[in-house]
Design a protein around this ligand. Sequence first.
Ligand code: ADP
Ligand code: ZN
Length: 358
Amino acid sequence: STLTVQLGERSYPIHIGRGLLHRAGELLKERGITQKSPLLIVSDQNVAALYLATLESNLQESGYKTVSFVVKPGETSKSIAVFEQVITAAIKGGLDRHSAVIALGGGVVGDLAGFVAASYMRGVKFVQIPTTILAHDSSVGGKVGINHPLAKNMIGALHQPELVLYDVDTLSTLPPREVSAGLAEMIKHGLIWDADFAQWCRDHAADLLALDAQALEYGLEKGCSVKAEVVSRDERENDLRAILNLGHTIGHAIEAIAGYGEFLHGEAISIGMVGSALLGVKLGADTSVVKETRDMLSSLRLPTSLPVQLNTDRLLDAMMHDKKFKEGSITFIVPRSIGRVEVVKDISVSDIRQVIEQ
Ligand code: ADP
Ligand code: ZN
């Protein structure tokens, strides 16, 4: 299926389905990406070993010249040093203003390659080929960037892709933990916006975990369209976009204090979404919200409570260093019911403490 993301004047297609890696050349041509200028493919070692040769040969058969640059897997590749290496590869490969940069991989590769596309010669076309479930989230919204040694995602840009190719066949090799972590972000889109979709994720948890192609196609399409809806409405409804951060204030704090890599992003926000539900109940939501949220997340094999070894003082401290914290209170995205959330601007630190100690 194909979803069209409309953002202001611009729009781009997200193709979701099987066998798309074998149709990459055709789909790039359809979007008007020229064969006269070389393409740069950025990938990581794990993904490149599995899918790079297929992509390269398909593009070459369609008449494209390609250059590839493979980075180490993981967040450390979103660095200024690796960014420079990719730019060097682009220059040496003869990329010009009409070239496109292709991201073949998960969120890390997408952010890095997207930032290269945003800045090389003041911006060239960007094509995303996500190979993780989590990356459906970053395939809409246009945020790209790299880390500074002092702060994550501190250097970046907004750069929309020309097109997104989501080949669900490539998801078959994802490690089970990465599958669940990606599904956390998927069901989040249900929890903030669409109760039926959240329930659908719960009902099809087994199919999703088994990487059933049809279930993945539907879930990814729905997840991307919720995100697109929220992002495009944000221009009219101030701050609506904030609801996409459900579970993220606690989640980011967990990631930061546990040491990056200890928890996958999706696992950390899963715990964070349960925390937000507890807070929601404190603020008047029906108690069933907590039980349902826990039930939905555990059906996707995600953690739903803080591990005992995490110190709550350090966790609170990490949250206060988060940019959303202002003078003794913090903005939180809090469920009212499944599928409906509220932005609450003045949650006190003591309320948060009670919730995370619960
Ligand atoms: P995300 O932020 O989208 O979870 P990452 O770029 O951090 O993505 O990727 C997570 C891990 O999964 C990395 O080690 C990456 O190499 C690996 N990976 C990504 N896609 C696949 C895939 N389709 N098959 C196997 N491993 C993959
Ligand atoms: Zn997230």
